[in-house]
Design a protein around this ligand. Sequence first.
Ligand code: SD4
Length: 323
Amino acid sequence: MKRRKFLITAGLTGLAINQTLVMMANTSLKNTSSLKNTPICVATWNFQKATKKAGELLESGESALDAVEQGVRQEESNLDNTTVGNGGAPDRDGHVTLDASIMAPDGNAGSVVYLQEIEHPVSVARLVMEKTPHVMLAGEGALQFAVENGFTKKDLLTPASEMAWKEWLKKKDYSPIINIENHDTIGMLCIDMKGDIAGACTTSGLAYKMNGRVGDSPIIGAGLYIDNEVGGAVATGMGEAVMKSLCSFLVVELMRNGKSPQESCEIAVNRLIKNNSNYKDFQVALLALSKDGEVGSYSIHSGFTYAQYNTGVSSNNPSDSFD
Ligand code: SD4
């Protein structure tokens, strides 16, 4: 059963009716601290190790910016995740090329694209944001900047990823269609104890993509967008579609105009569906967090879940979907 339908059904049973009425009454008191669901951390997919790490940092008083960086680094080092950082699937020619972005409460942002041999692209993105007059560094230049700032080069192609790639080479199916069941980019949003929001997104992109291909994850407004007055959004799935609709920016702007995080994700996914006649062939999922700690998510196909950590509780949550 879809999550929202379940909540509606649950709201109509027994004692829950009273609780629902109390909640509805409280909604008009939006800025009272009792309603605030913060600090809070949410991330695409079931990355509870990452959200727990970030959530505990938030609870100990760390900033949202530090929390998102440290949180997504968990997945960048996770060799079982073949869509992020070390162990990421290579492009069709065998290069592991990474994209990452980070955005701070003050509106500043940094990103790296087509970065090779560095396990933590999100930390390089943060340095681009903090130490350079630029927002985005690519390829060789990003690598040079990383090494100059103390990052160590490392071979990120693990034996398992190399074996899978060599198997793929036998058929060489070059169509960049994302497998609906197989994508694990992490996009994370955190609100800290001060009430500030930050976000990060990191990926190795589509497995066996063309050499040089860059996805949505490092594009500010596409894979990630934050506005400290409103909230934030992240995307996962087929980056080509996300980039064409600037989905994360769209979600945040919809929230600015009064839509809930849930409504905003639904409108943005529906817009994307309208603009991509082949939407049935790929997955896109959006995750949004408003400044008062309300979460929304929506995807084209079922199967998307998001991890959440707040007040010591870690969970994996099913998302509503178009089909
Ligand atoms: C990309 N959006 O590079 C990423 C892929 C993804 O889980 O999300 N994979 O297009």
